[in-house]
Design a protein around this ligand. Sequence first.
Ligand code: ADP
Ligand code: TRP
Length: 332
Amino acid sequence: MKDKILLTGVKPTGTPHLGNLIGAIDPILNFSKTAQKTFVFIADLHALNFVRNKENLKRDTYEIAAIFMALGLDLEKSVLFRQSDIPQVPQIASLLMNVTPKGLMNRAHSYKALVEKNTSAGVDPDDGINMGLYTYPILMAADILAYQADAVPVGKDQKQHLEFTRDIAGSFNHLYGKDLFKLPMPLISEETGIIPGLDGRKMSKSYQNVIPIFCDEKTLQKSIMKIKTDCKLPNEPKDPDSSTLIQLYTCFATAEQTRQMRHLFETGGIGYGDAKKMLFDVMNQKLTSPREKYTDLIHHPAQIDAVLEEGARKARPIAQQTLEMMRRVMIG
Ligand code: ADP
Ligand code: TRP
């Protein structure tokens, strides 16, 4: 990873939760430790196909930026910025449209899912689908190709978008000259799996079962107390593999602590109430210090603005170079 350029985008569509932290943010931070350079941006343009409230967009943008800053993204070798601060990216997307087959967009999972939903509801197949959503993968290809990224840490759900980016870059190279664009690789971290929410289903904003990353200590405690368990008594053996508590505990505790907790479950050595207290302790221990940094940043948005502006100042000339290369080979 040493000589690799890493890039990823995070959509500002609601307060990030522990599922996002473990499944997306932590892997980005880990990969970025060994990369030559990392670009992390808040994909506000991508959110526009359904976020209609600019205040929410702004709040979520600050929250994501503050989370990365509080969790220690190394700003010496990483560039943190807002997608919409780089006007070259939508221009690149607009040029890429011309080498992107429409059929590729028709095959996008998220578009197809909406078409299927409309069809089974008996309404027009494209009902409620705007062009921002339809062309979403082209804007994402522009994000990635603008900075000639080698590798893109993403969740499994984004794998197809990376395949599209490679297809679009390949089509451009085929038409205008080989090796103009690098073909980026997805970096999908498999180990974490799906983090369960308070009700045991996948933690997701859409299920309202989330624990926000930096909620205050009281809220964290209350949320943990709400995690659904079965009715087993403290001295009854419990199955660690099907327990949401154990799954979350594993993400925050040491291997030895996890081994001990699993043993207590299997032997009926602990009740759910005490297990929840221990879960709170390990979580809170990890989150307390970054939470303090985060709270400070959120109350001083000018500090976040300064970092995002500095990031945009570094990112813009790189995207400009890509745009100029495209103009040169496409327009002359
Ligand atoms: P949500 O389901 O809350 O809307 P997003 O779709 O915005 O979450 O998720 C952004 C990224 O966070 C995903 O690509 C995925 O990698 C990660 N992620 C989200 N929820 C979870 C989860 N419960 N467990 C693990 N990773 C998750
Ligand atoms: N589509 C990604 C998501 O929904 C966000 C995103 C936008 C992105 N542009 C990107 C991710 C470029 C990686 C690279 O989560």
